[in-house]
Design a protein around this ligand. Structure first.
Ligand code: HEM
Length: 172
């Protein structure tokens, strides 16, 4: 195909692009994909409520509480605010979280795959209490996927693959 015969895309219509609420890319004029929350009901307020309520349960839990107490100590606000950023990035695409969860979990001591099951049980319980069912399903799906990848990074051993526990309530 020569340059003459190649079909050119039509010129973008700036007004149409903007009427979609999209921001035109300055070079091409075409809309850039919008970074939108995964669900309109997922607000920063909901995330803060979910995170605070979840970690209140974690702190009181006889399996998880001691692990967190050892790492975090008394002042939970820095951890909570990191987790607001994390969930805001995961579900609202804000890009606010810039940490490295795999490295952080890798250096934790005294954590076993069973801790992931307990973590997810409390997380599901909290999400289902505070969110509409389809919103809770989004948080839970993301937590299960991230949990799976953290668990693999921490515990995968080709000589003992059974050490990895399935974390999804509904297998993918
Ligand atoms: C689905 C499961 C999980 C998710 C999505 C998750 C996510 C995260 C994230 C994003 C952080 C912040 C990392 C940073 O500092 O940038 C964090 C920190 C932490 N996580 Fe997890 N986590 C999960 C499971 C667990 C489990 C099972 C444990 C252990 C029982 C655990 C213990 C911790 C601790 C102690 C910290 C704080 C480390 C520190 O600040 O020194 N996490 N987690």
């Amino acid at each position: 195909m020569t340059d003459q015969t190649r079909k050119k895309s039509p010129e973008p219509d700036a007004e149409a692009v903007q009427s979609l609420g999209a921001i035109p890319d300055p070079r091409s004029g075409y809309p850039k994909p919008l970074r939108q929350p995964l669900h309109p009901e997922i607000t920063e307020e909901l995330i803060e409520q979910l995170v605070r309520s979840f970690y209140t349960k974690v702190r009181a839990d006889s399996d998880l509480g001691p692990v967190f107490a050892r790492e975090i100590g008394e002042d939970w606000e820095p951890h909570l605010s990191k987790m607001f950023d994390f969930w805001s990035s995961v579900t609202r695409m804000t890009g606010r979280y810039r940490g490295k969860p795999t490295a952080v979990h890798h250096r934790l001591t005294g954590v076993e795959p069973e801790h992931f099951l307990r973590w997810l049980t409390l997380f599901r319980e909290t999400a289902r209490t505070l969110c509409a069912p389809e919103v809770a399903a989004i948080f839970i799906d993301r937590a299960e996927r991230i949990g799976e990848s953290l668990q693999l990074a921490m515990f995968f051993d080709p000589a003992n693959p059974g050490r990895i526990l399935p974390l999804r309530e509904t297998p993918a």
